[in-house]
Write a protein that binds this ligand. Structure first.
Ligand code: DWN
Length: 400
C-alpha cells in the first residue's frame, strides 16, 4: 500500500479495529448477508496523513446513503452562520457563484439561494440530491472530481466560493479532487473546507469515528502539503467543536500569512502529530474504553435493567462492533425516517423513531451520536425527567 496523497510506501500502523461491516450499511432484515472488511489505520511520516489501509469502492458505500445533514439543528445553525459570514466577508452578490461539494440535501446552499446568490451542488447520492433539487438547489448527482472542476470552470467562469464540509475525508482519489477544486476556483476565490481534526480524534480517543467511508484523518500539515501540491495555499484556520472536533480551513490561490490560531495549531503539531509516536498508545486507550463500556453494560443488565441505543450513526456502528456490545441493547432509535425500520450493521438491532424512547422508557440510552449530546439530551428532557439515563461513551464512559 502507498500513501494516497504523496505516494510514499513508508506507512506505519496506528490502530487495527478488526474486520468491520460498512458503518452506514443498514440492513433491510437481520439475516441479510453483509460483507466485512479490515478496518486498519496507517500513518504516513512523509506528509503526515493518516488513512485507512483498505480501499472500498465508494459506490458500495454511497449507493443508498441515508445521512441527511439537515437532521441536526447544530449543523443547520453552524452552516447558516458560516453562509452569512461568507457573504459579508467576501462581498458576494447575485453575480457570484458558490459551489458546495457533498451538498447533501441543500442544508447549506439553501442559505445562499435565500440571499439571491447562484449556487451549484455536487452530491453522488441520487435520493438526497433529489431533495436538494426539489428545493430549487441546482445539484449534479455525481462525485466531484478534476473533470467536473474543469467542465464547470468553462461553463461558469469559475467559483467565488467552494464549500467542502465533511467530504475530503471520504475521497480516495484526493489529488484529483483537490486539483478539481483548484481548477474550478477563481483566482481571487476561496475554498472553505470543514473536516474532523485528527488531534481531537487522538486526544479524545474518538476511535469510533474510524470507519471505511472515512478514508482520511487530517492534520494541518497533511492539508497544507496536499493543497500546495495543487496550487492552493491555506491562509486561515479555525478549530471547531462540531463532530467531535473539526478544522475549518480557508484556502486560495494566493498566499497570505496564516492567522494566529492556525499558526499556534501548526506549531503544536510539529511538537506532536507529525512524529508517529504520538499515535502509539491510541490502540490501548481504545481498548480501555471497550473494557469500561462493556463492564458498565454488563453490570446494568445483571441488575435486570434495559438499555437501548440512541442514533443509528456511523460512529455508533464502529463503537458497537468493535466493543461487541450489540447483545446488551434492545434496539436503536434515530430521527432519520429513511433509517427507521432497518437494522444496524453487524449488530442487527432494529431502528425505531425516537418517540419509542418515551413509549418504552428504557432505563438507559447509550448515546451513539455523542457529538450531538447537548442537542439530543435537550430534545429528550422528558425521558430524563422520568428517570431515563444517558450513557456517553466517548471520551470517557459516563452516565448522565
Ligand atoms: O462524515 C460524516 C459525519 C460528519 O456524519 C458522515 N460520513 C457520516 C456521519 O457520521 P455519523 O453517522 O456518525 O454522524 P452523526 O451526525 O454523528 O450521527 C447522526 C445520526 O444521529 C443520524 O442518523 C441522525 C441521528 N440523530 C438523531 O437521531 N437525533 C441526530 C440528532 C442530532 C438527533 O437529534
Amino acid at each position: 500500500m502507498i500513501c494516497r496523497s504523496c505516494g510514499s510506501a513508508n506507512l506505519k500502523s496506528v490502530i487495527s479495529l478488526g474486520n468491520m461491516p460498512l458503518a452506514n450499511g443498514l440492513l433491510k432484515s437481520p439475516d441479510e448477508p453483509e460483507e466485512t472488511y479490515p478496518l486498519d489505520l496507517v500513518f504516513c511520516p512523509e506528509c503526515s496523513l493518516v488513512q485507512i489501509s483498505e480501499s472500498i469502492d465508494p459506490k458500495k458505500i454511497f449507493k443508498d446513503y441515508k445521512y441527511h445533514s439537515s437532521g441536526s439543528q447544530t449543523m443547520l445553525k453552524s452552516s447558516a452562520d458560516l453562509v452569512e459570514r461568507t457573504i459579508r466577508e467576501r462581498g458576494l452578490s447575485k453575480d457570484s457563484l458558490v459551489v458546495e461539494i457533498a451538498s447533501n440535501d441543500g442544508y447549506l446552499l439553501k442559505n445562499y439561494v435565500k440571499a439571491g446568490i447562484t449556487v451549484l451542488g455536487f452530491d453522488p447520492c441520487h435520493e438526497i440530491a433529489e431533495v436538494a433539487i426539489s428545493n430549487g438547489i441546482r445539484t449534479v448527482d455525481d462525485y466531484f472530481n478534476g473533470s467536473w472542476g474543469y467542465t464547470y470552470k468553462h461553463l461558469t467562469n469559475g467559483a467565488d466560493v467552494i464549500h467542502a464540509n465533511n467530504v475530503m475525508a471520504h475521497v480516495p482519489d484526493i489529488n484529483d479532487f483537490v486539483e478539481g477544486m483548484s481548477i474550478l476556483l477563481k483566482p481571487g476565490g476561496v475554498a472553505i473546507i470543514e473536516t474532523p481534526y485528527i488531534r481531537d480524534m487522538i486526544d479524545r480517543c474518538e476511535f469510533d469515528t474510524i470507519y471505511h467511508e472515512h478514508v482520511f484523518y487530517y492534520s494541518i500539515v497533511s492539508l497544507i502539503t496536499l493543497f500546495r501540491r495543487h496550487g492552493l495555499h491555506v491562509n486561515h484556520i479555525e478549530h471547531l467543536d462540531i463532530h467531535g472536533g473539526s478544522l475549518r480551513v480557508w484556502a486560495g490561490k494566493s498566499h497570505t500569512a496564516l492567522n494566529e490560531v492556525g499558526r499556534d495549531l501548526l506549531v503544536d503539531e510539529f511538537y506532536t502529530t507529525i512524529h508517529g509516536d504520538y499515535y502509539k498508545d491510541f490502540g490501548k486507550r481504545a481498548e480501555n474504553i471497550k473494557h469500561d463500556l462493556t463492564a458498565l453494560l454488563r453490570r446494568i443488565k445483571s441488575q435486570g435493567k434495559n438499555i437501548v441505543g440512541y442514533a443509528a450513526s456511523a460512529k455508533g456502528s464502529t463503537l458497537m462492533n468493535y466493543c461487541g456490545i450489540g447483545q446488551y441493547l434492545d434496539y436503536v432509535v434515530d430521527n432519520t425516517p429513511s433509517k427507521q425500520g432497518l437494522y444496524t450493521p453487524g449488530t442487527h438491532l432494529k431502528i425505531y423513531p425516537p418517540e419509542k424512547l418515551l413509549e418504552d422508557r428504557p432505563d438507559y440510552a447509550l448515546l451513539l451520536a455523542w457529538n450531538f449530546a447537548d442537542e439530543i439530551m435537550d430534545k429528550e428532557h422528558e425521558y430524563v425527567k422520568r428517570g431515563g439515563k444517558f450513557i456517553i461513551p466517548i471520551p470517557k464512559v459516563r452516565v448522565v
